[in-house]
Design a protein around this ligand. Structure first.
Ligand SMILES: C[N+](C)(C)CCCC[C@H](N)C(=O)O
Ligand SMILES: O=C(O)CCC(=O)C(=O)O
Ligand SMILES: [Fe+2]
Length: 412
């Protein structure tokens, strides 16, 4: 498992930076001052446009306005609430410190007017662009069916999960690494399913309700409420912010079929990035619309979400969200015809990766087994089925599960 984690981290370290962000540093200008302080490992150099701190083998370039803006003195920053007091709008954009030194592992700057700012060197190293630019925001293990099965990821157990923080932490770690996680032994009721979800995050109420229960009765204008097979997809792609997590619990199935299909979208996206960087890039730039239109006696909805299929962080190109739902994808009228052709080619290549049988993980959900799916990453689908099949579940907010993970010391 850790070999795979290392490989996945290495992959991200090689991720290309966007070219526009790259060349903001000019080589040494005239007027540089060397200020090495005896006994400290750090040296400073004041350039016209920034202060250069050489610390532990790295040249850290710090913009002067940024330095003033990130002053951690009590007047500038409230360390109880972790909020900025300083009005950034009041900083002179051509501000320069009157003096600068390194003392006791701190950079000390005195600004015109006399205000003193002190930054620990390790804080600067950790929070600077050079320190952060290529690091992975969220470490993960990309998987196909074989990788996931060989990893033998354990399910959490209902009793321990509800009472023991360590079990919760292990569950969250697995969820973050793989984008799916299971709790077993849950009573087959909506109430227990609700309780298990509230252990990790807040329920996101949508047009489908808070906790929902569904079966093949066409009570809503959507194929999910039928017995038909559903190809791999992400849900609520028609929201401006698609739901972060999908929870399913099969309370009853008296019939055949109805297995659940899971595919790691990030794995497929990385394959695409390796094979055709230009197609990958296109899918990160072309905005696509998804739509949910429902007009029944009881429900009227018209949702619209616009965004690219692959969403990447602009500073390190890490994929963080996939919108992929061919059922709910709406008319493409956001791009000219020649780009449309190229988009279809790129979309086909991603589809080919998503459809490789070796990337498909099939599981039969049974009463007691609750699955959490990262709806920004892992696609789900199902076999067609016969008989009475009843699922319950809910959507959860992404910010809150990530927050829960950070609060127990995980990187998320
Ligand atoms: C899960 N639940 C049955 C409540 C809703 C299903 C929503 C289905 C929709 N086509 C989508 O992909 O978003
Ligand atoms: O019936 C299922 O297993 C899943 C259906 C589905 O895709 C959904 O409800 O979002
Ligand atoms: Fe779905």
């Amino acid at each position: 498992m850790f070999g795979a984690l290392k490989r996945s981290l290495r992959r991200h370290r090689h991720v290309q930076l966007l070219s526009g962000l790259r060349d903001t540093q000019t080589p040494w200008r005239h007027h540089t001052q060397a200020r090495a302080c005896a006994g400290t490992p750090a040296t400073l150099r004041l350039q016209d446009d920034c202060l250069v701190l050489n610390y532990r083998g790295t040249s850290i370039h710090l913009n002067y306005v940024w330095l003033r803006d990130h002053c951690r003195s009590a007047a500038s920053y409230n360390s109880k609430t972790n909020q900025r007091n300083l009005d950034t709008g009041s900083i002179d954009l051509s501000i320069r410190p009157d003096s600068s030194t390194v003392e006791d592992g701190h950079l000390v700057l005195t600004w015109p007017g006399g205000h003193v700012s002190k930054y620990s060197l390790s804080w600067l190293a950790e929070n600077s662009y050079e320190g952060k630019q290529q690091s992975t925001i969220q470490p993960r293990i990309l998987w196909n069916s074989d990788i996931y099965q060989k990893a033998n990821v354990p399910s959490a157990q209902w009793d321990t999960f509800m009472s023991c923080d360590d079990e919760l932490k292990k569950f969250l770690q697995n969820y973050l690494l793989y984008g799916i996680a299971f709790v077993d032994g849950v009573p087959a009721t909506v109430e227990a399913t609700e309780a298990v979800t509230q252990r990790v995050s807040l329920i996101r109420e949508t047009t489908y309700g808070r906790m929902w229960c569904f079966t093949s009765d066409f009570s809503r204008g959507d194929t999910a409420y039928s017995q038909l097979a559903l190809d791999r997809h992400t849900d609520t792609s028609y929201f401006q912010e698609p739901c972060g997590i999908q929870v399913f619990h099969c309370l009853k199935h008296e019939g055949t079929g109805g297995r659940t299909l899971l595919v790691d979208g990030f794995y497929a996206a990385e394959k695409l990035r390796q094979q055709s960087p230009e197609n990958f890039e296109l899918l990160t730039r072309v905005p696509i619309r998804h739509e949910y239109i429902e007009k029944t006696d009881n429900h009227r909805n018209h949702m619209n979400g616009i965004g690219p299929v692959l969403n990447v962080y602009p500073w390190n190109n890490e994929v963080y969200l996939i919108r992929y739902n061919n059922y709910d994808r709406s008319v493409i009228n956001t791009i000219p015809h020649d780009a449309v052709q190229r988009w279809y080619v790129a979309h086909r290549e991603l589809t080919t990766e998503l459809r490789r049988p070796e990337n498909e993980l099939w599981v039969k959900l049974t009463p007691g087994k609750v699955i959490f799916i990262d709806n920004w990453r892992v696609m789900h689908g199902r076999d067609s089925f016969t008989g009475l099949r009843q699922l319950c579940g809910c959507y959860l907010t992404r910010d809150d599960i990530l927050s829960a993970a950070r609060c127990v010391g995980l990187q998320a």
